[in-house]
Design a protein around this ligand. Structure first.
Ligand SMILES: C[S@@+](CC[C@H](N)C(=O)[O-])C[C@H]1O[C@@H](n2cnc3c(N)ncnc32)[C@H](O)[C@@H]1O
Length: 257
């Protein structure tokens, strides 16, 4: 899979390519990241990439021409069609389902805005989709691009050392939160590992994990339970979790899923 990042600070995102799962995906030939700086394609001595907004008001707006020239250079470099995404607080939210959809694409171009954003005409003409990483405003699209690339990279086949770890992650499969995890030592001043995890009884461990996953989702994100298709067995596990929780004095969190 290929990412083209259009940014006034391409080295910012290039840093991402050197580390962790994204770095490993690159080393394994699963992913390549190409940076494109509109300033390299801007005209004049000052290589201007922004100008004041028509109608007045604060801030600057990214100019059409340097962005058009950057997109043309990107397409000259490789004519394969790219899905063009503008990172924007006004875009559709980046969810795991959206990440999965993007991960299946061969090539994505990520347009990172700065200042007040990009001239609307360029967005209308060139952008296939606008994506937001949350209901808050960043100073630029680079952090959002880094978030998107990381989430997509770990879904590339062979990027994770153990592919199972993505399958059991939160929001995957039926959309519930992941269960809690423990490692050595078994006993510590901070607590003891739940006995069932040491039992070697795989069916009991799977049941416990499923119950924890259901219970956590009820406690932390009850909205996700509304979307999940729960079996009769799931409902019984959740009911038992809730009963234990209330018995232990926990406050009721979620609704009655
Ligand atoms: C200061 S913001 C511009 C915000 C714009 N005036 C608005 O209110 O919609 C500069 C750039 O940061 C990026 N950005 C800011 N918040 C973002 C978010 N939540 N998700 C994705 N990109 C974001 C966009 O690329 C945007 O063009």
């Amino acid at each position: 899979m290929r990412f083209d990042i259009i940014s006034l600070f391409p080295e910012f995102v290039a840093q991402l390519a050197a580390h962790g799962v994204v770095g490993r995906a690159g080393e394994r030939g699963l992913l390549s990241i190409h940076g494109w700086n509109p300033r390299d394609h801007a005209e004049g001595n000052y290589r201007r990439v922004d100008d004041r907004p028509f109608g007045g008001g604060p801030g600057m707006v990214m100019l059409i021409e340097p962005l058009c020239a950057t997109l043309a250079a990107m397409r000259d470099d490789d004519p394969a069609s790219a899905h063009v995404v503008y990172l924007s607080p006004q875009g559709r939210p980046l969810t795991q389902a959206k990440v999965r959809e993007l991960a299946a694409r061969p090539r994505i171009a990520l347009l990172c805005g700065r200042y007040e954003g990009v001239d609307e005409r360029l967005l209308q003409a060139e952008v296939d989709e606008e994506i937001s990483i949350g209901d808050y405003v960043l100073s630029g699209g680079e952090l959002a691009a880094a978030v998107l690339i990381d989430a997509v990279a770990r879904l590339q086949e062979g990027a994770l050392n153990d592919a199972e770890s993505a399958v059991q992650d939160s929001f995957e499969g039926d959309g519930l939160l992941d269960c809690p995890h423990y490692t050595r030592p078994v006993t510590h001043a901070l607590g003891t590992v739940p006995e069932v995890l040491l039992s070697g009884n795989h069916a009991a461990i799977a049941r416990w994990r499923r119950q924890q996953s259901l219970g956590r989702t009820w406690l932390r994100r009850p909205d996700l339970l509304d979307e999940a298709a729960l079996s009769k067995a799931d409902r019984a596990l959740l009911e038992a979790f809730r009963a234990d929780w209330r018995h232990a004095g926990g406050a009721s969190a979620g609704g009655d899923a």
